[in-house]
Design a protein around this ligand. Sequence first.
Ligand code: ADP
Length: 614
Amino acid sequence: MDSKNNSQTFEYKAEMKQLLQLIVHSLYTHPEVFLRELVSNGSDALNKLRYRQLTEENILDKGKELELKITVDPKELLFTISDNGIGMTKEDLTDNIGTVARSGTLEYLKKMKEEKKDTGDLIGQFGVGFYSVFMVTDEVTIETRHADKDSKGYRWVSSGESTFMIEEIAKEDRGTKISFKFKDNAKEYADEYKLRQIIKKYSNFADFPIMIGKEKVNTVEALWRKGEADVKDEERNEFYKFVTNDYEDPLFSLHLSVEGSGAEFKALLFIPQRAPFDLMRMHQHKTVQLYSNKIMIMEDCKELLPEYLQFIRGVVDTSDLPLNVSREVVQASPSMSKIRTAMVGKILQWLQRMAAKETEKYLTFYKTLGPLFKTGLNTDFANRDKLIELLRFESSTQKEGEMTSFKDYVGRMKESQKEIYYLTGDSRAQVEHNPNLEYFKKHEIEVLFLTEPVDVYEIQSITEYEKKTVKSIDKGDIELAGTDEKKEDDLSKSLVGLFKETLKDKVEDVRVSRRLVDSAVTLVTGNSGMDRQMERVMKMMGQEAPPAKRIMEVNIDHPVLKNLSRRYLANTSDEILKKCIVQLYESAQLMDGELSSKFDYVKRMTDIMEEATK
Ligand code: ADP
């Protein structure tokens, strides 16, 4: 330490020098963040002052409007930013600005050096944001005066190499002014327009005015900090469009203010009206912006939401995270996972509320974003029960286009019905014509229609709802309560035998059906077989699913079966019998979209017609 007049020169500690090297060469990939850091520090200083003003009297310039001022001289490449915040004492200058020897910094640096790792943005966690100015300048001057009335003014100057200088100065007003000359390779920042853009990008919601000249640059308020009732719909919609670049209003919006439970944050979240173009590649779209005390730290923080909720947009603001944290640090941070858990819980509650109160809108959401949302059932086990409540399906007893929940379905169940039934397929029209539905229609038993490809996956994992088995009516082992046992006389037994003999390996079994009413035959899935819609979806995705054999059920009351029995009685080796059996089997396949050769099918049909018209 050497002193001349009242100025003192301090030597940076060794690790600080190394740190400075790192900052200039590898800390940030975008030099423009220097402005974010300075605005953020200024904003912090204003926040501290604001708090102090509430509790203390002895304050310089008390009552002055709190603001940040930026000036720039494009000719001389000069830049200043000043705030009338808390300011710094001499100790602050040496302890906070002059040293970065926070515990662990040196160890960390050494480790990084040994491992030859790219420190990149990681270093930001040590609170050295101020030093990012050395990316754009070679020398910085700070002039500051603490807000206490009896404080003195100081000037701090450093070239960020090995020393910094501090001297006492006459400074009338409280607060901090930081000034420097841009280096040649950073002269693009000596431009008001450019600075305005950077402020709008990173600091638009800083809740103190940022002035360049006479103009306030940050226009949008920190709406998420206000209560829902204090924000007008138009303001909210404006804000949504600003954050998302969407041109339409949002479908839903949610103000969150969470405290306790280990997470503290405020958020303003939105669900868009439309699904992005490619729903399944949602991770390429922007989700929520992460703010730390009103300063944006991440433009798109996917880590805050599980994959299935990545359609949510908006802003999350927390004081639990430091500025400058890299993705890796954010991901690993315990505060982060607490915020995430709290957010998911609130979002699901919100959806539940919307489903109950704004059913139409909820269904709009469900129809556009449902396919992504529903994947949560297979990934978010902690919230499974809530997610199941949010599912909606069309059903056989409801009008086309109307949707129902498991809860409402159970509410409508007759006492005799013990299970929840569903049927999967490509479209409502297709499932409605499925012969397996006939019995249920006749007896007015409701069947849920699952027509989205993702439904097939999700339903496999829902085996029960309110202690009632959830069952596909495509399955062979369906218990049909209250059906009369069909009389299986010897004749029908031999006919079934002939079916088996004729179809051989094509089917797993042939049985007398209790579910068919109008159709002659149907194919159902064996007890252990894969749902056939699932099989189809897998095929569509290019995955070869082993084709499970079906069980063929025959309706022995159907006129065709009766006629076949008669002919069988007359002549057990009647050629037409076998042709008809294969034809019935292939017709059922055709209905299911599983017929392999239409030529054989048509040829056989022509033979049968020829016989019939003889
Ligand atoms: P961080 O902001 O993460 O702590 P910085 O290197 O940006 O790290 O700043 C170091 C410290 O310097 C701050 O914590 C604060 O105490 C002080 N400081 C920086 N800028 C200002 C300012 N404009 N007014 C008052 N104090 C400031």
